[in-house]
Design a binder for this molecule. Structure first.
Ligand SMILES: Nc1ncnc2c1ncn2[C@@H]1O[C@H](COP(=O)(O)OP(=O)(O)OP(=O)(O)O)[C@@H](O)[C@H]1O
Ligand SMILES: [Mg+2]
Length: 278
């Protein structure tokens, strides 16, 4: 059976004063139905560029799609029409980003923002308010019928991120791409939201791409992991296997950054690019 998403040999450059600079090169990975993949790598390694490229969200210019194929539902998203892309965004592949404040519109209530998403992607839904309450409840928002009338600023950062997840899920995407969804939140709230994501994924059989620079949050949440370094995937495989037995020196260095249980204070190690041949 074909995977839900299959990315082959993706290459992306950005225009700069000195010509085009490669940001992502030869990236290939796949995500099966109901499967979860983590993309891990340090800042600037090309994680977000890869994620945004999936539904061609990078503006051209400055971006340029140099090579590759992105098969989703049997079609190559790098070659489909804009109209088709608009229906895939949200409905087929939905995103949650790090900063809810950049994705939620401050002048509209939570209710009107989720309603718009539902109307766009699931025009057959009759009772939209019931649908909104259902998803807010699913992501753990207490008293959703009342809270949906709030404006984003009336909610804490953690609550806003839950609303973002509810909004993404209300479109019933087949694949959710979560780009550092909890980095801006404190550790307790991070754990709660990741727990929520795990539950929802199991409940709705959705596939997940979780982007993070932190190996610690992958455990128990993602089936497989792809490690990115300087725009390329240097290693990928079963999460437990990669965590236990990392092959690439960069993966080892990343795993060494993860605080060990009971290991006292964790120190962030500087990654020596020279030693990695880069
Ligand atoms: N709009 C842009 N214009 C020019 N270069 C860009 C643009 N967006 C990203 N890049 C470059 O592409 C490379 C990969 O960036 P990307 O945002 O994918 O990194 P990342 O792995 O998501 O990092 P972080 O963990 O900080 O989010 C970087 O070198 C970055 O400078
Ligand atoms: Mg990023």
């Amino acid at each position: 059976m074909n995977p839900l998403l299959e990315v082959k040999n993706l290459g992306i450059s950005f225009q700069s004063e000195s010509g085009f600079q490669r940001a992502v090169e030869g990236v290939s990975f796949h995500v099966g139905d109901g499967e979860s993949l983590a993309i891990v790598g340090e800042s600037g390694s090309g994680k977000s560029v890869t994620a945004l490229a999936l539904t061609r969200l990078l503006p051209t210019p400055p971006a340029r799609y140099d090579s590759g194929e992105i098969f989703f539902g049997g079609e190559d998203l790098l070659r489909v029409s804009q109209k088709k892309l608009r229906s895939v965004r949200g409905g087929g592949i939905a995103y949650i980003f790090q900063e809810p404040s950049t994705s939620l519109n401050p002048v509209f209530t939570i209710r009107s923002q989720i309603a718009e998403a539902v109307r766009l992607h699931r025009p057959d839904v009759r009772d939209i308010d019931r649908e909104i309450v259902r998803w807010l409840d699913a992501v753990g928002i207490v008293d959703p019928a009342k809270r949906m009338h709030d404006y984003p600023h009336q909610l804490s950062g953690g609550m806003q991120q839950r609303v973002m997840i509810a909004m993404a899920l209300s479109c019933q995407p087949r694949l959710l791409v979560a780009d550092e969804p909890t980095t801006a939140l404190d550790v307790t709230i991070q754990a709660q939201i990741l727990g929520e994501l795990k539950k929802l994924r199991a409940q709705f059989g959705m596939s997940l791409i979780l982007i993070t620079h932190n190996f610690a949050i992958i455990r128990g949440l993602c089936d497989r992991v792809a490690v990115m370094f300087r725009g390329e995937i240097v290693e990928q495989g079963d999460s437990e296997e990669v965590l236990k037995n990392p092959k690439h020196p960069y993966t080892k260095a990343l795993i060494d950054c993860v605080p060990k249980l009971g290991g006292g204070k964790a120190r962030l190690k500087t990654i020596d690019h020279g030693a990695l041949g880069g």
